[in-house]
Design a protein around this ligand. Structure first.
Ligand SMILES: Cc1ncc(COP(=O)(O)O)c(C=O)c1O
Length: 385
């Protein structure tokens, strides 16, 4: 039998059996009244996770598609865009804007650190305001969370738009789209929503729509005016992935049935436990506690052994961890604690890592990391992080 892949990568994440089963229902016509009810219902439910009253669209694409949809609909070629970069995914957002013809100013921060709001303020004060500011809420390459609330406050009452990539955090963290003033909020299905890849969610504020009205959309598929016109009727402009939508209904039932507060605090506890566990075996997280992600932890592996360790635990135990990206290539492993995962699985993954490190000749006291993680799980959520 092929070895099971135990997914501890930051997406795709494990899919609950109920969600997988829901996707086997017979497909229904996407112009039927049953479909319209389903789409309307799903939009309302996803809005609860986004904490938004804004328009929200369920796109048939991965998260990158929704990032591109946001930019192509609110930025004209030649417009100035400020990209705040704290890692690989911030870079990607900037690249999308550049490819769409924007004049991109990059404000880069050291990897492992969050966006420095003072630096952003100084940049905004020093020149003409950008049409849009791009930021990654949860930088998956470093495990850092950025202060979107603070950015929203800086941009409030200015014409500049705030575009946020929350692909690896929405659904796992308390993200207040409207309260924080986010004009375009983006996420994907294969992370905290416990779904397979293939859907992206995008919300658009009234200020965002004003910008859309002044832009000639450069994407036919992602022309948001078409999505809005069809959305009023409960439809998507093009054929949606109905099977994934059945799964999404079940996934949202699980998330909202548990209660978002519980989902968020569970992720925070897991993050704290994993960080304690990794430290217990000598693997220091890249991000410091105050800005640590609740969904993914990147940790340094000594002596350039990160990729060897990942290969070893995958081959021996089927434990799938992600590697470093960009500047952190070969230096870190990334351990996801997001979505459909529980303490037993996390402790098992930590135990396997200890065994792997031991095999690679690292001095590891077996069980120490596991015990430190368990101590955190037993305590509940600490107040920081
Ligand atoms: C923060 C962030 N942004 C964007 C993406 C890209 O999303 P997708 O692979 O769904 O296109 C990812 C994927 O890991 C991500 O973590």
């Amino acid at each position: 039998m092929q070895r099971k892949q135990h997914l501890f990568i930051p997406g795709p994440t494990p899919v609950p059996p109920e969600v997988a089963a829901a996707m086997t229902q017979p497909v229904i016509g996407h112009r039927s009244s049953e479909y319209a009810s389903l789409q309307r219902y799903l939009v309302q439910q996803v809005k609860k996770v986004f904490q938004t009253e804004n328009d929200l669209f369920i796109l048939t694409s991965s998260g990158t598609g929704a990032m591109e949809a946001a930019i192509t609909n609110c930025v004209n070629p030649g417009d100035k865009v400020l990209a705040l970069i704290t890692g690989q995914f911030g870079k990607r957002f900037a690249e999308i804007a550049e490819q769409c013809g924007a004049k991109v100013e990059r404000l880069e921060f050291p990897w492992g650190k969050p966006v420095d709001l003072e630096a952003v303020k100084a940049t905004l004060d020093s020149g003409p305001l950008p049409q849009a500011v791009l930021v990654t809420h949860n930088e998956t390459s470093t495990g850092v969370v950025n202060n979107v609330q603070g950015l929203g406050a800086l941009l409030k009452d200015t014409p500049a738009l705030l575009l946020v990539d929350a692909v690896s955090s929405m659904g796992a963290m308390d993200i207040r789209t409207d309260e924080w003033g986010v004009d375009f909020m983006v996420t994907g299905s294969q992370k905290a929503f416990m779904m397979p890849p293939g859907l992206a969610f995008l919300s658009v504020s009234p200020k965002g729509w004003e910008a859309v009205a002044n832009v000639t959309p450069r994407s036919f598929y992602f022309d948001l005016a078409a999505w809005r016109k069809n959305g009023v009727k409960g439809f998507a402009p093009w054929t949606p992935n109905v099977s994934l939508l059945f799964g999404l209904k079940k996934a949202l039932e699980l998330m909202l049935g548990e209660g978002l507060d519980s989902v968020w605090s569970r992720h925070k506890r897991w993050a704290q436990g994993v960080r304690a566990g990794l430290r217990g075996m000598g693997l220091e997280p890249v991000a410091e506690d105050p800005w640590a992600s609740h969904t993914v932890t990147a940790a340094f592996v000594p002596e350039g052994k990160a990729d060897t360790l990942r290969a070893l635990v995958k081959q021996q135990f089927g434990l799938c961890l992600a590697g470093g990206k960009g500047k952190l290539d070969g230096k870190v492993l990334r351990f996801s604690h997001m979505g459909y995962v529980d303490e037993l699985e996390i402790l098992g993954a930590l135990a396997v890592l200890e065994l792997g490190l031991r095999q690679l000749g690292q001095k590891v006291q077996l069980g120490r990391g596991v015990a430190q993680a368990q101590a955190v799980f037993a305590q509940g959520v600490r107040n920081h992080g």
